[in-house]
Design a binder for this molecule. Structure first.
Ligand code: DAH
Length: 342
């Protein structure tokens, strides 16, 4: 009996080998200890029935307890090795690593920059003005009559007194003409505000780019040629443009410029409402009253001006059907246009 207890104690030492065993060693270890014929513990257990009753009880209890410990340790190690094996094989070493999130420029910002860049090459510099304006700069100096509907609180966001959120970027024409003497050639990007519903084609806040050229001897030919050159640079060299007569208080004559629809190339599609054309800007020859209101001699100087909506232009270029897609800040939508953004 003594020798059996000593053998069990010795065997217990081998429990320590199990957590270190690898998948080749583990089955051998199992056989060595618990093998049905020659397992060390099996052999001890086989001798238990031949012992005298008192020893049988003691050795039997100790041997069975040790057997359960071995079984538990072997099972635990087996599970551990199996788990390690599956997690190794599910690791795809060719998978690209996780990188940090990178932002990009909003589509409308990109279009604003691109437009300003093209006009920069044509000799125009960038100017800016405040979003809070006086009625005088926003309307009266631009030759709006006192009863123009845009002056109504229904249509514009008025602040205290005669201040309002500018309804267009045209007041920066006034600021520019009052601050600099001709020759003047500026493009003026910025936000404008109107009490419009936020729907598929309107946003109460939107970007505009204003343009103004004033000098001696500027004619309608300069005006048409400059804007047509811009359209061919911005869209494609063969893009057709047309000018339609229009009306603005601050230009005379006034015109709207259309470009051939970029989606159907003029054939007619839902984006251009089957017309084959997309309106991209309002424009005209600067009204002499605007020059006089800002102290510029309208006998000596003439000029042209225009205002365009970069969001609309982005929409016509990419066939985006709803302006809200641009202003709702859904990065999943915007990221497709932002180079390098993820
Ligand atoms: N300010 C006009 C608008 O918001 C756009 C515009 C039209 C600007 C003609 C101009 C222009 O400079 O000449 O609708």
């Amino acid at each position: 009996m003594r020798d059996l207890l000593a053998a069990l104690a010795e065997l217990r030492e081998r429990l320590k080998e199990i957590p270190q065993a690898d998948e080749r060693r583990l089955p051998d270890l199992k056989t060595e200890i618990l093998g049905r014929k020659a397992g060390a513990l099996t052999r001890i257990l086989a001798r238990v029935p031949k012992l005298d009753p008192a020893s049988r009880k003691e050795v039997g209890a100790a041997a069975n307890a040790l057997k359960r410990e071995f079984e538990a340790a072997l099972n635990a190690r087996e599970r551990e090795l199996k788990h390690a094996a599956t997690s190794v094989s599910s690791l795809d070493l060719t998978m690209p690593g996780r990188t940090s999130w990178r932002g990009g420029l909003h589509l409308v910002t990109q279009v604003v920059d691109e437009i300003c860049e093209i006009f920069h090459e044509l000799g125009f510099t960038r100017a800016v003005g405040p979003e809070i304006e006086t009625e005088r700069n926003n309307f009266f100096a631009l030759n709006f009559p006192n009863d123009h509907p845009a002056l109504d609180a229904q249509d514009s966001f008025y602040l205290d007194g005669d201040l309002l959120l500018r309804t267009h970027t045209s007041p920066v024409q006034i600021r520019t003409l009052e601050r600099y003497r001709p020759p003047i050639r500026v493009v003026i990007p910025g936000l404008a505000y109107r009490r419009d519903p936020f729907d598929a084609s309107h946003s109460p806040v939107f970007e505009q780019i204003e343009g103004l050229a004033v000098d001696e001897g500027i004619t309608f030919v300069d005006f048409k040629a400059t804007l047509a050159a811009f359209a061919r640079r911005f869209f494609t060299p063969d893009t057709q443009v047309r000018f339609r007569p229009s009306y603005f208080p601050f230009t005379e004559p006034s015109a709207e410029m259309d470009v051939q629809c970029q989606i159907c190339r003029g054939a007619g599609c839902p984006t251009c409402k089957q017309t084959g054309w997309m309106e991209i800007l309002g424009s005209g020859m600067v009204h002499p009253a605007v020059l006089e209101n800002t102290g510029v001699d309208s006998e000596r100087y003439s000029g042209f001006a225009w205002g365009m909506g970069p969001a609309r232009i982005a929409m016509s270029r990419h066939g985006i059907p709803d302006i809200r897609l641009l202003y709702e800040s859904d990065v999943r939508f915007l990221a497709q246009f932002a180079e390098g953004a993820r």
